[in-house]
Each structure stands twice: as C-alpha cells, then as structure tokens.
Design a protein around this ligand. Structure first.
Ligand SMILES: *Cc1c(COP(=O)(O)O)cnc(C)c1O
Length: 565
C-alpha cells in the first residue's frame, strides 16, 4: 500500500475479478474497469468499497426456472492484505469499529492502484455489527443505511488514518454520499465555525472536494431514507435542519445530498445527462459516457489479433481505429475460435449442444423488468416464423435481485419458453452470471441484444464489451447506443429513434415488431448470405466503437473535466 493517492473513488460495489465477488452488476463492473484504467494511466487514485464477505449471491436455477440464491463464502486473506489500522464510527449510538483490506490492481503497463475493502468483522464489535459488511444490497433499509455509514463516513476516516491527503472525493452513485457529512464536520472543526452562520462557507469548501456520478435515470431508483431512521441509525451528526437543506425536506435523498455538495456532477451517457437534468432541474449536470476496460473485455483470440496488427492497443485503445488493416479471414477466424469456446462451455455447463455455424444471439445482464429480457417472445408465433428464415440460437444469463419478484418471473418465463420451443430454436440459460461468463458471452455470440425500456438504460456497458470482440449490437436506442449506433454500419437499432422527451412511451409491440422485421429481413439474410458484409460490420464495431467506448478514454475525461477542476 502507498498513501500518495490524491483522488479517492468511492463505490458500494467493485467488480475486479471473479475471485472477488463484491459486485452485483453494471455499476460494480464499471467501478472495476475504472480502477484498471486508472492503473494503466497511472492516475493517483485509491478506491474505497465494502468487503461484502458473503458477496451478492450465487445463483442456481431449478428445472422450473426458479432462481435459488446461495450466500457466497470467500476468504479475503487469499487475495488481499489486512491493514492493522482500525477506525470508529457511530451507528445507533454505539461505536462500531472497522478495518480495511488492501488489494493492489496492477496494470500490464506497470501502474498500480490500491483498493480498500472496509470490514466491520472485528472482535471489538457485537455480532450484529460484525455483519454490517456481509451482504451486498442485502437486508432492509436500516441495514443499507448502516452500510452507507461505513462506506461514506468510515471510508473518509480510514483514508485519513492511513495518512492519505485526498484532494478529490469521487462518489460513484449516491451510496457513498454520507462522506459529504464527514467532510462538512472536518471543515467545521477546522474553522470552528458555528453552523447557523457559516454552513454555506463550509459547503463551498466541501463542494470543491467532491465529484458525483449519478447512474439512475428514474426517481424511484435513488436511495432515500426516512429522517426517523436517519435520526435513529446515524444520529444528529449535523443539525437536522442543515441536513434537510442538503438532502431533501421529506426524506434523506442520497442523490440530492451528493448533488448539493459536489461541484462536478455527471451522468454516464449524453442522453442520461439530459434525463438527469430533467429529474433534478436547476443543477448543472455534465455527461461522461461510460466505457469498458479494453484488455479485460477482449477475448484471447482477439487479443492475439490486435497484438499482431495493432501493437500497443491495450494501453491506447484509440489505435483500434486502424482495425481496417486486419484481413477479413483472420477476423472471422478469431471470432469462430471464441464462438467454439462458448459452444464448448455451454455443452459443459448445460449439456446442451449448440452449433458454431448457427446465428447466435446473446442477452445477459441483470434481470429486472425494465430490461425486458423477454421482448423477443412478445409474439411467439411471429418469432418462430422469423426463425424459419435461417436458424437462430439464443443464450441468456443474468441474476435477479433476491427481492425482485418480477425480475425472477422473467427468468422463469424464459426457461419455460426454452422448453416449449426446443424443437425449433435452441435457447439456453446459463446460471450465475459473473465476469468470467460475461467475457465468454460477449465474445462468443454473433449478435448482442439489448431491449431496455427507454429511458431506463443510463448507459449500459455490455454492448461495449461485445464490440471489443467484433460482436455486433442489435439494441434499443437508449444509453450509450444512441452515441454508438450508425444503422447498418455499426449494428442495428430496435424501435424508433430517441426523441427529446423520451418519456413518451413506446409500446412493447412497436419495439418487438421492429426487432422481428430486422432479424428476418436484414440480420438473418446478411449472416447466412453475405459474410463479407457481416465482417465489415464486425470491423466497424471495433474501429468505430471499441476505439472510443473504453475506460481509458473515459478516465482521461474524468481527470481533465472533473478531477483537475
Ligand atoms: C458488464 C456486466 C454487467 C452490465 O451489463 P449491462 O449490459 O450494462 O447491463 C452486469 N453484470 C456483469 C457480470 C457484467 O460483466
């Protein structure tokens, strides 16, 4: 560990590798990719998160398609170093102690970034308090608030105890916003000001220190706590009326708290920036479009290809703009290699045989209603008719949050449909979606499908992983795809173009019809009859999309636009 970092990156979840299961989905993977690119670019950053010793959960799916959740038990000491420092925070009026585990991310280019995993499982604490950092997004609102106290307040205290001199605090989503209160207190102590007179001055000082990235495009998605609960669990660490001024009158809204105490705020795609401005009128909200870590999300066969023709690509993904120089046959060979590996993997884990010669569609992400994983089956008869045009096989994967019953129902529905149309179309569901499975899928299918309900997909990142492997996107125009899509050139859209007021709903029927139409008339015919054109779109996906939608580009923007402000 070295404590020279000047930027602290706070995230409730971080997904760095399959061995460290402290992530649930896109937010955590983005955090992991952010850290990896920071190491590539030697940005002086330290990350702070929770140890989540029981992980999110590991997923089983039974024969009926029911999701069964198991706690994950993993041992941090296998991967990280436990630091001797302990700090103390107040929870429900008690002292709760926390320690940190340090994991160092090393870039192939030589840079290093430390990640601090906060942990309340120490002997000074009661049994209940030792479990605060067990389950990611587990428990009730009270448990969540305790976790956010550990992350926000405990995190700042731990950094100070370890000797860091932090100049910017970056909150990745609102879960960490309580850190702003700790900073307010620190500066209050520094100047010994009186709240009533000087809170504005204090706030300006804190704002200069804070950067906030919001990820949620709808009101209901933002964490909020009743002030009764806040009083009980957090206590009145700053006067309630001051807290309400920053965090909202009726509830403590974690997004509002971060918005009011950050000088730089951004959404994660251009469209999402606009949507966020409408949600929170009066705030200046910028946009820095997400990316993925190129080296992590490129499969072995494409890594070899890029190494051969575009050396230096991993640290400087912009170079992928030169993909044109790679011969078509070699692009196709690399793809067939990845596809065969996926087919083998599917056979191994499901005992279902797929064919590397059949057009393969992939869909994998968190299972929750707005992602509409079942849109393809909106009109089952019509879908089967489309598949007569040329054979299609589909691979699904993804977890539903344990409390998300509609999300679980969609998994069940897909498993049932898979059985029902088994004779016509092969559909598999791979259980326990994780980083390892994600890489196999985003590199081994031909088409990456995304069908969210607009404007709910703040950015989406799995499609960016796909393009690093020459896999073609077929998606609703929402999130990043609005910026990446050129019809027929970099992939295909589904449904109408985005309009200014994206709140005008598009019916499932309209979107499904366009999906069927393009699959039947453009995608299936091109895949089976015009391989040259197909490879052209694959190469365009790499040269026009992967070269841009990566976290190395994204982090350069955070440095110049947010951190160095
Ligand atoms: C990339 C990734 C996600 C996010 O996918 P989206 O398409 O952005 O929703 C979720 N889970 C895992 C394991 C991933 O690798």
């Amino acid at each position: 560990m070295n404590n020279e970092a000047a930027i602290a990156y706070f995230s409730m979840e971080i997904g760095l590798s399959n061995d460290i299961p402290t992530y649930s989905g896109g937010l955590g993977i983005l955090a992991g990719d952010t850290i990896k690119s920071s190491a590539d670019l030697e940005i002086p950053i330290v990350a702070v998160t929770l140890i989540s010793k029981k992980g999110f959960f590991s997923q089983d799916i039974n024969n009926e398609g029911k999701q069964i959740e198991h706690a994950v038990d993993w041992d941090p000491s296998r991967f990280m170093v436990r630091l001797p420092k302990k700090v103390e925070v107040q929870v429900e009026g008690r002292s709760v102690f926390l320690q940190a585990w340090c994991y160092t991310v090393r870039s192939i280019a030589g840079g290093e970034v430390d990640v601090l995993y906060l942990d309340t499982d120490v002997e000074e604490n009661t049994k209940e308090d030792r479990e605060i950092t067990d389950v990611l997004y587990g428990g009730d609102m009270q448990y969540r608030l305790k976790q956010e106290i550990i992350l926000g307040i405990g995190g700042v205290r731990m950094l100070r105890a370890l000797g860091y001199h932090i100049k910017k605090y970056h909150m990745n989503e609102g879960h960490a916003s309580l850190l702003t209160l700790e900073l307010l207190l620190l500066y209050k102590r520094d100047v010994e000001s009186v709240w009533d007179e000087n809170w504005i001055w204090d706030a300006d000082r804190v704002k200069d220190l804070c950067v906030f990235t919001t990820h949620t495009p709808i009101e209901a998605g933002h964490d909020r706590f009743s002030y009764d609960l806040v009083q009980k669990v957090l206590g009145e660490i700053i006067p309630l009326e001051v807290l309400k001024r920053f965090g909202g009158k009726q509830y403590l809204n974690m997004t509002l708290l971060a918005l009011n105490l950050s000088n730089y705020v951004n959404g994660v795609a251009k469209k999402h920036g606009e949507v966020s401005k409408n949600l929170f009128p009066g705030y200046e909200i910028h946009a820095i479009t997400n990316g993925v870590h190129s080296f992590t999300w490129t499969c072995e066969s494409f890594k070899r290809l890029y190494d051969k023709y575009i050396p230096g690509w991993a640290n400087e993904p912009e170079l992928l703009v030169r993909t044109e120089i790679i011969p078509d046959e070699e692009v196709w060979e690399a793809h067939i290699q990845a596809k065969s590996e996926l087919v083998d993997y599917v056979k191994k884990v499901t005992d279902i045989k797929m064919s590397p010669d059949v057009l393969t569609i992939g869909f994998a992400r968190r299972f929750t209603s707005y992602k509409r994983a079942d849109l393809m089956f909106f009109d089952l008869k019509r879908f089967l008719k489309v598949c007569e045009k040329g054979r299609v096989q589909i691979i699904y994967s993804g977890k539903a949050h344990p409390k998300d019953t509609p999300g679980k129902d969609i998994i069940k529905k897909i498993v049932e449909i898979a059985k029902a149309i088994n004779d016509n179309v092969t559909i598999v569901f791979i259980k326990n979606y994780c980083i390892e499975v994600a890489l196999k899928l985003v590199s081994g299918v031909d088409i990456w499908l995304n069908t969210p309900l607009r404007p709910r997909e703040a950015s989406g990142t799995s499609g960016m992983k796909a393009v690093h492997n020459g896999v073609i996107n077929f998606s609703i125009l929402d999130g990043w795809w609005i910026e990446g899509h050129i019809e027929g050139v970099t992939g295909w859209s589904i449904g109408p173009k985005p309009v200014e007021s994206s709140l005008i709903p598009v019916s499932d029927a309209t979107d499904a019809e366009d999906l069927y139409y393009k699959l039947e008339n453009l995608i299936i015919p091109m895949y089976y009859n015009d391989r040259g054109q197909w490879i052209r779109v694959m190469k365009n996906s790499i040269s026009k999309l992967a070269y841009y939608f990566n976290t190395n580009r994204m982090m350069r923007r955070y440095v110049t636009e947010a951190y160095l402000r």
